[in-house]
Write a protein that binds this ligand. Structure first.
Ligand SMILES: O=C(O)c1ccc(O)c(O)c1
Length: 435
């Protein structure tokens, strides 16, 4: 058992973590469907038929048909979701909780009236806990961060690809800057890309404004941003690695929003097209990571940089030999609004690239105001590049980086295009250490 999941040793208790959540996703979503009177009526009219319309495992369906909440919890159900199902059957929380204890309803009620279950005799077996603490052997194999890729994600670039304009004089110099990248990717194909981007009022509108969103789902369709969805392949996620990263980052005090279902906009699909070209299927899995840079306050460069460091530890503690690239996208200088629209600052952008390579910790101290003043209101997207940079081996001293490619061009639509590939060359085969 991983040391940081010792909560599994608490007897008679199922902790609902990202792993359980993935296991019980459809079961819990089925429960949510019972929040309308109409659906409750059709469930009660024919439970089996209603359950069969959901992509549930047979064990999950049987648990509900047997009214066996312990089995439903083992199958990934969570009590607050299952309570919607219980309410549909007319059960109270007390009846539901009692049904899991092996007691009759009356016995359970009497126990509660007499002060509830005692913690005595219901604690962790401390010999087992100590054995878990003593066993600190690092995993025999682990995932590695092989490289960081940085690129703008201008939607007009996607439109130029989709409408066959890449050879036009306006676009040719932009796409030439990515020829190296496509070749490099064929030679250095990762298993997973952890893709840092910002959603542009697509999956997240003003009803919810999360700062950091980690995609823990299995698949993400390309969004319709008003011009129809881009004709690109669907994106496959990596739920297991994403769940591990969620666990590690939240334990490192980065409060993430976990999203299992969302569409992804140009912020994510344009970098994929630039790096992999016009393909029938993306050649690897993608874990989307959205950063709010639309509504202030947005996270600081320093917070992003520290998140990148924590991300590296998270990836390198995953016990499968996966090659993972971390991509930072958005930028470079651009302003899409107001009388200052069209602002481009070549000097500042190139100094940003220099410092990103040579002095990322110093660059992380640059305040928001400087991004907005020097790189335009949408230039703030560049804070996201610091997440990818923070995940590199030179930051924690475990290795070195190599600049494989650097490119800068003005303009693509309203934007300065920047692109950088940094390879990771760790010194040892051991995972990145916890600080
Ligand atoms: O330059 C542009 O047209 C443009 C539009 C939308 C974006 O999100 C962006 O980064 C650039």
């Amino acid at each position: 058992m991983p040391l940081d999941k010792t909560y599994r040793l608490v007897p008679g208790t199922t902790i609902f973590d990202a792993e359980q959540s993935a296991k019980g996703y459809h079961l819990n979503q089925f429960c949510m469907s019972l929040m309308t009177a109409e659906n409750r009526a059709s469930y009660l009219a024919d439970e089996r038929a209603y359950l069969d319309a959901w992509p549930l495992r047979e064990e999950q369906k049987q648990a509900l048909l047997d009214r066996d909440l312990n089995a439903a919890m083992r199958e990934g159900g969570n009590i607050y979701f299952l309570a919607k199902w219980g309410a549909t059957l007319g059960l109270s929380f007390q009846q539901m909780a009692g049904s899991m204890t092996g007691m009759t309803e009356q016995e359970y009620r009497d126990m509660m009236v007499h002060g509830g279950r005692s913690v005595e005799g219901n604690r962790i077996d401390h010999a087992v806990l100590e054995a878990a603490h003593a066993d600190r052997t690092p995993p025999a194999e682990h995932a590695t961060v092989t490289a960081a890729v940085f690129t703008s994600h201008v939607p007009a670039i996607g439109a130029a690809i989709d409408h066959g304009k890449t050879e036009e004089p306006y676009w040719r110099p932009v796409f030439e800057g990515y020829e190296y990248a496509k070749q490099w990717e064929t030679e250095n194909l990762p298993d997973v890309v952890f893709l840092v981007y910002n959603d542009h009022a697509t999956a997240f509108d003003q009803s919810i404004v999360p700062t950091f969103v980690l995609g823990t789902g299995a698949a993400y369709p390309a969004a319709d941003e008003g011009y129809g969805p881009r004709p690109v392949p669907g994106i496959d996620g990596h739920p297991e690695l994403a769940a591990h990263i969620a666990h590690s980052l939240i334990r490192d005090d980065f409060d993430l929003t976990l999203v299992n279902e969302m569409s992804v906009d140009h912020g994510l699909t344009v970098p994929l097209s630039l790096m992999f070209g016009d393909v029938q299927a993306w050649p690897c899995k993608v874990i989307p990571f959205h950063v709010n840079v639309v509504q202030y306050p947005v996270p600081s460069g320093d917070r992003c940089f520290r998140l990148g460091r924590a991300l590296r530890r998270a990836i390198e503690s995953y016990d499968r030999p996966l090659k993972v690239q971390v991509w930072g996208t958005g930028g470079m200088s651009h302003q899409l609004q107001g009388p200052r629209a069209g602002l481009i600052n070549r000097r500042w952008d190139n100094a940003f690239l220099d410092r990103l390579i040579e002095d990322p910790a110093g660059l992380a101290q640059v305040p928001h105001l400087e991004y907005v003043e020097e790189a335009g209101s949408e230039g703030i997207e560049l804070v996201m590049w610091l997440i990818a940079r923070g995940a590199m081996a030179d930051i924690d001293g475990s290795g070195e980086i190599e600049v494989k490619h650097r490119f800068y061009h003005v303009p693509a639509s309203n934007t300065a295009v920047g692109h950088l590939i940094l390879e990771n060359h760790p010194r040892a085969e051991t995972p990145a250490e916890k600080e």
